[in-house]
Design a binder for this molecule. Structure first.
Ligand code: SF4
Length: 244
């Protein structure tokens, strides 16, 4: 087997083991202790990544990243923005919420989820037993697309290194993806939200719960079933956080 292929397989294994451990299946990590070189390397890799809470937070790296987002001119969206919206909240949190892109209010204030959808998200977070400042809230794309249109694939691609680095530095226990764009990006799927919501996927070993975007709930304000489904999804997230 080629060295590159072995490394890829071990990386996949590492991600899967971490994911299962997050779901409470720690025994699977112990089961990987094999006397082979491949087994040893897998154990070392897993050992490095399965104790994220002991890793010191890289505050300087975080500050540098936020400055780079604020100054970014990397894709055409910078032309129409008032300001970039990196995200806000606790950057050492266990729980991250990731939406699509800033809207008009967010662009104006430089903060994510501050309009009506944001107020609803805050209520959901509080119903889960957290304060808004306990979690980290951001978007896949950091600048407002014109007329609040859906970000284009090239814009998502251009902006994605920032989100990837945010996830890497925060290293949350669970991510909640809000709406189709975030789910597509994190879970690499183009299935409908109705098909994927309510089931944990994974992003680099981190459990991801896809659910409807709060703006969708507002657009369907009279539909209590959608609200119920979102709450079911959040209960699964709470259960996973309690068990980890
Ligand atoms: S959307 Fe992202 S890549 Fe584009 S200018 Fe804003 S921060 Fe830079």
């Amino acid at each position: 087997m080629e060295e590159k292929e072995i490394i890829e397989r071990l990386e996949n294994l590492e991600n899967k083991l971490r994911f299962y451990q997050q779901l409470g299946a720690g025994f699977l990590v112990a089961a990987q202790k094999k006397p082979t070189d491949e087994g040893k390397l897998a154990d070392e890799l897993v050992g490095l990544k399965t104790e994220p809470e002991t890793r010191p937070f890289q505050a300087e790296e975080w500050e540098k990243l936020i400055r780079r987002i604020r100054d970014c001119h990397f894709c055409p969206l910078f032309q129409g923005r008032t300001q970039a919206v990196p995200g806000e909240g606790n950057c050492q949190t266990k729980l991250m919420f990731i939406g699509e892109a800033p809207g008009r209010d967010e662009d104006w204030q430089g903060r994510p989820f501050v309009g009506r959808a944001g107020q609803l998200l805050t209520k959901i977070i509080e119903a889960m037993g957290f304060k808004r400042q306990d979690v980290y809230i951001t978007n896949v794309v950091k600048c407002r697309p014109p007329e609040n249109r859906t970000p284009r694939p090239d814009e998502v691609k251009a902006c994605s290194p920032y989100l990837l680095r945010q996830i890497e530095l925060i290293n949350p226990r669970v991510i909640v993806s809000l709406g189709k764009i975030a789910a597509e990006f994190l879970l690499q799927t183009n299935k409908s939200m109705s098909d994927i919501r309510g089931h944990f996927g994974e992003f680099k070993g981190i459990p991801v719960m896809p659910t409807f975007h709060p703006a969708y709930l507002i657009r369907n304000e009279g539909n209590r079933e959608i609200k119920r489904l979102v709450w079911e999804d959040m209960k699964k997230v709470m259960k996973l956080l309690e068990s980890s």
